[in-house]
Structures are given as structure tokens and as C-alpha cells.
Design a protein around this ligand. Structure first.
Ligand code: F6R
Length: 607
């Protein structure tokens, strides 16, 4: 949610800011803005729409200045209008602020400032920050002190970066529950919501922690603990980076690029961890907490959206393979729920971005209980990765398309490894699963070859307004995920159901205009899924079946997608791929923007 970027150094700030904003656009894309500071003051440009529209506006008349900040917005308070776009400034146009998060006490601050005759121009919560800063500056006469005092007054979640012509060579930044990373360059420094835009300039970074502020010039970076008011000693860390990851290559958009990365995603998640010859699972991240893991008798997995559905697959896997009771909770519910927790409970947070506000809050909630907190996270160095006691990285590489695809594949792969690791080899499925995991990338490659056929199906079905996805056991979470992909990408209404629930209500919706995607792979419950399909057909509902053996569905399913066989426990990793491709092609057939679906943002850093 909202992308923040900033530069100070010898180069023109605008170039880095515009390129960086384009990289961060996945975080929000309803309006864009930047401000650049030079000896004559500040130059501000804001516009409703994408970064490209600001780039066009500035073509031939660039903003001159070597200090600047920019923002790409996902609206929370106030509609996407120019007046609500960031950077925001105070009435005297002295302080320019970009903000990600929510200022929960903005109304109190606003009321206080309005009583001092301050007039607000936007509908945002953010505008209180520069206005309060101006108010504090009048009293204190020192920019840094005024900034720190202002930040201390804010409640909620924020990452804030501020520049002012009063201090034309310095960026001021602060963070609470919303990410900010500082790039330390050679006589130039950078700041951003995630490391991607920075990494081609420097790999030395400092992730700001909660309650930290930074005062950044081209040559220095001072970190201050906001509450204690003392300097914090932070040593920059080196990040690994593959610049190819951020490029589209020959692909028309990031979504299809990322779907096609699934085989490599599985390989990367397994690399060094799955030792097929030795029949061994090696998870270095968990060895650190091996002793504590022995005493775990209950696992709660917290996550949101697609990560939640990957977690549901993880629940089935860990319970069946490791024999430990698991419950998966939506992080947004878990954090407000009252339930008994004790030291033998382990909480696993599953998150692609590692910045999801609800998942972070869920981890923070259990901080005082002495429970072990694990992370299954993709973004290296992210807040969740740093907040957990131990974890296993997904190694899926950067995922840029708003809809999660390869991250789901990586999360399920890692959860399967965790299940095997926790089983200590005490499951009859141990060897078979190890062997099958190793074969998955080749099987996914075979499924990707079905894209032209799936595209045809998408064309045939994309005019429908509703869709049902059904599956049983391991296919149930996949049905939920398939329905989510379809609705978020194509805006077709889709619902996922466990096959066994059909008679308890959903069957009432079925008619010739309400197709069903049935996950009818071979396995223990195949016959039961067949009964569901019979019941749907008897009511005139069209059926597409994802299956291993089309002959078994002859005269029943209207269309079939045949995928390779694997053991039931790993079927989600194969079945998810045709569903991603189907949603993708339905969206394209309907002219949707697949990488940037309306109303959504990639990293949900507000509640
Ligand atoms: C859907 C999607 C979202 C995310 C959810 C959690 O395609 O991408 O549902 O899965 O917002 O995000 P992370 O995994 O970053 O915590």
C-alpha cells in the first residue's frame, strides 16, 4: 500500500524517483507525486493516475534538484484526486511529506490545528503531518527536533519521509509498522518502501525498525530511536539481488512471467533443502530452534488472502505428515480473537511480502506469550522475517504482479518441507513425498504447455458473471484460491466451496449460467467429487474439470483440463497452475489490467 521513494546525492533526484516509483507501483497506483528541493525552494508535481502520466508531464521540463521524494498512492482517506495525492505540504509550503500507513489520531490533531486557524486542503490523514510539523517548527525553530516531536505525536502505522527547503540537503524519515529501507551509496543515499528500486544503485541497506527515525544526507545517515531520543547504532547489511528478476523479458506482463516461473520457484524452494539421495530434509532456519520444536503440540498459522489458502494446504500437510494439530486463522481475525495460548503453541506467519499489517499484528499479539514464532516469508529482510524467531524463506524472487501466483507455489512447497521436517521421518509418506517433490518442476512445465488450450476455454467461459470452484481435501484450499484468482483478476464473481458442502446451500445457485470448475483429480475422494459433478450436471450447470484421466469424466464434464499425476498431498502445486492460467486468460479476454487489478495493491501495510 503506497510506495515511498527518496534520493539525496550528486545526481538529479527526479530520475531515480520516477524510475523507483515505477518499480513500486505495485504497492498502489491511483495517484503519483514528487517534490524536488533546490536553492530556489521546492517544486511539487502531483497527478491522478500512474507514474507514466507524471513522467509525460515532466518530459522536456524536468524538476531540477538533488534532493527529492516521491509517492505512489493507494487511497485510504480521501478519493484519488490531485489534492489527496502525496507529497502533502503545510499552509506555508515549507515541509513536504510522503506517508504510507494510517494516522489513527489524525482527527484529534486536525481539530487541535484548526483551533489554531490552520486550514486543511486535502481529505487525507497524512496532511496533519506537515501541518503539525510547521506548527512545531514555529515553536522549536529546529527542523530535526520539530520532525521528531511530530512523529512522537502520531498514532497508528506509518512510514514517513519529509524534505524541506529549510534544510535543502537532508531527508528525514521515520517508521512504525510500515516498511522503509535506506540504501547507503557512495556519496549518495536512497530510501524506499522496499529494496527493489535501490538495489541497482547499492546493495548496502539499513531496514528501519519500528520507532526509528533517520536523518539522511548524501554523506551520512543518522538513526535515532524515536522514543528514547538517542542515536541507534545500525550497521548496513548486504542484500543479494538478481536484477533480471525485476525485468519483464519477453513476457507481456508480470503475471504471466511469474506463472511461468513456477518450475524454477519449486526448484529454488527445494534447493539445498530436499536431499533426495539421503532422504533428508534440511531446513537451516529451523535448526536454530530445534530444541523448542520438540515441545510443540499445537500450531496456529496466520496469514491473509492467497497466503491464507497456501496455509490451509499447510494445515492438511502438517496434520497428516507430522501429526501435529494445526489451525489456520485469517490474521485480521486472529489479532482480535481471545483464545488460550501457551508455550507449547507455535505460530507460523505465512506472507509473500513480509509486510502485511494484519499478519504482523498477529505476530505482535503473541509476543508476550513465549510462543515460538516462525516465518514462511518471501521478501528477504522484511518486517515479518525480522520479527519471527526463526523461519524458512520461500526464495521465489520478487513477485511484482498484484495477484500472487508463484508465491503460492513457493509457500506450499515450503510448508510441505516443514511438514516433512517436523515428521522426523515418522510418516509412511516420507520417502514418496521426497521423490515426488523432486519431480514436480518437470510436471509443472508440462502443465504450462496447456496454456493455448486453457486460453480457448477462458474465451468460451469469460462471459459468465458467476463461477463456482469445488474441491475436496487438498483440493479444497485450491478451489478457494482458484476462485480468488478469478475474481481479483477478471472481476467475475467466483466462490470456492468444499465439494461436500454443495448440498448444504450452494447447489441452489446452479443453472445453465453458473459454471463450475471442479477439481476432480485421482485420489481417495475422486468418486465423491464425481457425485458432486453429477448433481451439478443434473441441474444444467456447465462443468470444467481439472483431472488426471479425462476418460473417467466422459459424457459428464463439458470441458476437461488434464494434468499429470502426483500424490494427493502435492496435487495443490500442480492444480493451482491451470487455475492461474484460466483466471489470467479470462481477465485478458475481458480487457482487464492483469498486473494492476482495480482497487488492489500488492503489499497491504494498513489494516
Ligand atoms: C491475492 C494476493 C493477496 C495476498 C495477501 C497477503 O492474489 O496476492 O491475497 O496473498 O494480501 O499478502 P502477503 O502474502 O504479502 O502477506
Amino acid at each position: 500500500m503506497c510506495g515511498i521513494i527518496g534520493y539525496v546525492g550528486p545526481e538529479q533526484a527526479q530520475n531515480f524517483i520516477l524510475d523507483g516509483l515505477a518499480t513500486l507501483e505495485y504497492r498502489g497506483y491511483d495517484s503519483t507525486g514528487l517534490v524536488v528541493i533546490n536553492d530556489d525552494g521546492a517544486k511539487l508535481v502531483r497527478s491522478v493516475g500512474r507514474v507514466s502520466s507524471v513522467r509525460d508531464e515532466l518530459a522536456g521540463k524536468p524538476l531540477i534538484g538533488k534532493l527529492g521524494i516521491g509517492h505512489t498512492r493507494w487511497a485510504t482517506h480521501g478519493a484519488p484526486l490531485e489534492r489527496n495525492a502525496h507529497p502533502h505540504t503545510d499552509s506555508d509550503k515549507q515541509f513536504y511529506v510522503v506517508h504510507n500507513g494510517i494516522v489513527e489520531n489524525f482527527q484529534d490533531i486536525k481539530t487541535m490545528l484548526e483551533a489554531q486557524s490552520v486550514t486543511f486542503k486535502s481529505d487525507t490523514d497524512t496532511e496533519v503531518i506537515p501541518q503539525l510539523l510547521a506548527y512545531n517548527y514555529k515553536k522549536l525553530g529546529d527542523v530535526k527536533e520539530a520532525f521528531l516531536k511530530t512523529i512522537r505525536s502520531l498514532k497508528g502505522a506509518y512510514s514517513v519521509v519529509m524534505v524541506t527547503p529549510l534544510s535543502p540537503d537532508t531527508m528525514y524519515a521515520a517508521r512504525l509498522s510500515s516498511p522503509l529501507v535506506i540504501g547507503i551509496g557512495d556519496k549518495e543515499n536512497f530510501i524506499a518502501s522496499d529494496p527493489t528500486p535501490i538495489m541497482e544503485h547499492t546493495k548496502k541497506v539499513i531496514f528501519l525498525n519500528d520507532y526509528e527515525a533517520a536523518v539522511i544526507t548524501a554523506e551520512s545517515c543518522e538513526i535515532i530511536h524515536i522514543k528514547k531520543g538517542k542515536l541507534a547504532k545500525r550497521i548496513p547489511e548486504e542484500l543479494e539481488y538478481d536484477p533480471e528478476q525485476a525485468l519483464l523479458g519477453d513476457h507481456p506482463n508480470f503475471m504471466i512471467k511469474e506463472v511461468y516461473e513456477a518450475p524454477q520457484t519449486v526448484r529454488s524452494a527445494l534447493l539445498g533443502r530436499l536431499r533426495v539421495e539421503q532422504k533428508l530434509i534440511k531446513l537451516g532456519g529451523l535448526e536454530l530452534v530445534e530444541e523448542q520444536l520438540r515441545y510443540i503440540d499445537r500450531i496456529i498459522i496466520v496469514s491473509c488472502g492467497t497466503s491464507f489458502y497456501a496455509s490451509l494446504v499447510g494445515e492438511y500437510l502438517i496434520e497428516e505428515i507430522a501429526g501435529i494439530p494445526v489451525e489456520v486463522q485469517q490474521a485480521s481475525e486472529f489479532k482480535y480473537r481471545v483464545e488460550p495460548l501457551n508455550r507449547s503453541t507455535m505460530v507460523i506467519a505465512v506472507s509473500q511480502s513480509g509486510e502485511t499489517a494484519d499478519t504482523l499484528a498477529a505476530l505482535e499479539k503473541v509476543a508476550g506469550y513465549g510462543v515460538l514464532r516462525l516465518g514462511v516469508v518471501n521478501a528477504v529482510g522484511s518486517s515479518i522475517a525480522r520479527l519471527t524467531d526463526a523461519g524458512v524463506y520461500c526464495h521465489a524472487g520478487s513477485e511484482q504482479s498484484v495477484a500472487s501466483t508463484k508465491a503460492f507455489i513457493a509457500q506450499v512447497t515450503v510448508l510441505a518441507l516443514i511438514a516433512l521436517y517436523l515428521s522426523d521421518g515418522n510418516t509412511p509418506l516420507y520417502e514418496e513425498m521426497i521423490n515426488e517433490l523432486d519431480k514436480l518442476p518437470a510436471k509443472i512445465e508440462a502443465i504450462l504447455k496447456l496454456e493455448p488450450a486453457i486460453k480457448k476455454l477462458a474465451k468460451k467461459y469469460s462471459h459468465h458473471r458467476d463461477f463456482l470452484y469445488i474441491g475436496r481435501r487438498y483440493m479444497y484450499p485450491v478451489a478457494l484460491e482458484g476462485a480468488l484468482k478469478l475474481k481479483e483478476l477478471s472481476y467475475i464473481h467466483a466462490e470456492g466451496y468444499a465439494g461436500g458442502e454443495m448440498k448444504h446451500g450452494p447447489l441452489a445457485m446452479i443453472d445453465e449460467n453458473f459454471p463450475t470448475m471442479a477439481l476432480a483429480l485421482d485420489g481417495e475422494l475422486f468418486e465423491k467429487t464425481m457425485s458432486n459433478i453429477q448433481e451439478i450436471k443434473a441441474r444444467g450447470g456447465p462443468v470444467i474439470a481439472i483431472c488426471n484421466d479425462p476418460a473417467k469424466l466422459k459424457d459428464l464434464a463439458d470441458d476437461v483440463i488434464k494434468i499429470p499425476k502426483t500424490i494427493e498431498q502435492l496435487q495443490p502445486l500442480l492444480a493451482a497452475i491451470p487455475l492461474q492460467l484460466f483466471a489470467y486468460h479470462c481477465a485478458l479476454a475481458l480487457g482487464r489490467n492483469v498486473d494492476r487489478p482495480r482497487n488492489l495493491a500488492k503489499s497491504v501495510t494498513v489494516e
